[in-house]
Design a protein around this ligand. Structure first.
Ligand code: ADP
Length: 492
């Protein structure tokens, strides 16, 4: 089965969030199941740098104000990549979506229409000899691909959209309709119109054959007005084709027994070695060198979504109960300032590093006793999965993928030996405070903590299960649409 991914980011070529991890790891996992996956993404400078040698597959002269080439290449990890090289759109260093002023690039509509257009042309078999059986697009940046395909003539492979975060919708003024090569007839409530604007994500929600999102709970939540960000009605309408599949993690990159970024490797069997990582983390964050003080960590974008304003409120209690906090993150100025102030107010108890630092994020997972994730909404979340793998108790809001991946240590779950962390609800400072109190009780009982950790570390959080689920969906879709992959190309 040949599958084309259309995505704005993909690890290890370019990453700003979880979407990149998913695009990279899922395509490799599908490859392991016999699928032939190629990943189309913009040829940002970082992408070309990581990719190294490339071949030109086709020229694209009409890319919405730019001309470009389709390049093919391969990463060291074996990812087959199609890079859309349109320098006028993509030869910009730094964050792929934001200019130096921290605001969206003003021509994002054209930049991601170009990506979507190239995806549609590949899907329709008009670019080179490799023709996918199925096109899988990710988030709003690739959202026009299913629309362009629907409006074209000829062979139409089925399309899948994965929603990684419905908060990002790609809304643009209606006067761009013709310039984006979208027919007037598409600008209706049953098309891609959204409150008087062109909605790139809405286009894909409307025109893709199958919709997925990154956890079953988030799939349910986005059909409600509380979480649907205005698209809940359409999602309810399409609920028969909407599926939730929890993300996996790259178990080779996130393996405490083999992790080269951490101070001392450890495993469920040799859990005692985790203590050396805790001591190293306390030194790194200038925290008191106390092996018995419960050490909580946060690794996150500092935004309203992540609920970290609630933790600021509760921090004095965490410290008063004898805990420590090490935080790594960056984002909204007011939150960065609040955490810097907390570190000054609680020397030796709260350590803060503002920035993005991949190796340090591994050291936090290895050294901390618990990771706090108080998100107001969380499509899937990855850091709680890393926490499980590193025996670092996840303390999570009961929303989205957090609800699906952490089993709360309530009396019944503890009795049955299935608990892996702590959940709290509603997402308020009060509920978070109570969750921390519960965590302190667990830390006071080494036998209970040990069982929880072992159980968490033994949970399967890799990609093989999710990749099989995607493959099953692909198979059903191809069968429905009457396209069956040629013998030898399919996967069981
Ligand atoms: P989101 O995609 O909403 O930011 P996820 O939990 O799905 O949240 O994924 C976040 C990813 O980014 C994880 O791999 C996490 O470890 C990483 N991350 C977030 N902030 C930082 C940071 N400041 N430094 C290093 N890694 C970070």
């Amino acid at each position: 089965m040949r599958v084309l991914f259309v995505t704005p980011e993909c690890y290890p070529l370019i990453k700003t969030g979880g979407l990149a991890d998913v695009a990279g790891a899922l395509s490799l996992a599908l490859g392991g199941l016999g699928c032939e996956v190629r990943v189309l993404l913009p040829a940002y400078p970082q992408v070309l740098q990581v990719l190294g040698k490339t071949k030109t597959l086709a020229r694209l002269p009409r890319l919405f104000g730019a001309s470009g080439r389709l390049l093919s290449g391969r990463t060291a990890g074996g990812l087959e990549v199609l890079a859309l090289d349109a320098p006028r759109h993509f030869e910009r260093p730094g964050n792929p979506y934001l200019g130096p002023d921290g605001k969206d690039w003003p021509d994002n509509a054209f930049r991601f229409a170009a990506l979507s257009w190239a995806g549609s042309q590949l899907g329709l078999g008009r670019l080179g000899s490799w023709v996918p059986d199925l096109v899988h697009v990710h988030d709003w940046q690739a959202g026009l691909t299913p629309a362009y395909m629907r409006f074209a003539r000829g062979r139409q492979p089925p399309t899948v959209l994965t929603i990684h975060n419905i908060a990002f919708q790609g809304l643009f003024p209606r006067n761009l309709l013709a310039k984006l090569r979208l027919p007037n007839s598409s600008f209706t409530i049953d098309g891609l119109e959204y409150h008087g604007k062109i909605g790139f994500l809405k286009a894909a929600l409307q025109y893709a054959d199958l919709l997925t999102t990154v956890s079953p709970t988030y799939a349910r939540e986005i059909q409600t007005s509380e979480f649907g960000m205005g698209l809940d009605g359409l999602l309810r309408h399409r609920s028969d084709v909407l599926h939730g599949i929890v993300n996996g993690i790259d178990e080779a990159v996130w393996d405490p027994a083999e992790d080269r970024d951490i101070h001392a490797p450890y495993s469920a069997r040799r859990i005692k070695a985790k203590a050396a990582n805790k001591a190293a983390l306390q030194r790194r964050f200038q925290l008191a060198p106390d092996p018995d003080a419960p050490l909580f960590c946060v690794i996150s974008r500092l935004t309203h979504q992540k609920g970290l304003d609630l933790l600021v409120e509760v921090l004095p209690d965490l410290v008063a109960m004898g805990g420590q906090l090490a935080l790594l993150g960056s984002g909204e100025g007011s939150l960065e300032a609040a955490y810097r102030a907390a570190a000054r107010a609680h020397p030796g108890r709260v350590g803060v590093e503002i920035g993005y630092d991949e190796p340090l994020s591994h050291q936090l997972q290895a050294g901390a006793d618990a990771i706090i994730i108080p998100s107001r909404f969380e499509p899937c979340g990855l850091t709680q999965l890393y926490g499980l793998r590193y025996g670092t108790l996840p303390i999570v809001a009961r929303v989205g993928g957090l609800a699906d991946t952490v089993i709360d240590a309530n009396v019944a779950a503890l009795h049955d030996g299935v608990a892996t962390g702590i959940q709290f609800s509603p997402v308020t400072a009060e509920a978070l405070r109570f969750a921390l109190l519960r965590a302190f009780r667990i830390f006071a009982d080494p036998a209970v903590l040990d069982r929880l950790r072992r159980r968490a570390m033994s949970r399967s959080v890799g990609w093989s299960g999710p990749a099989r689920d995607y493959l099953a969906l692909y198979g059903g879709l191809l069968e429905e649409s009457g396209v069956s992959p040629k013998p030898g190309e399919g996967a069981s």
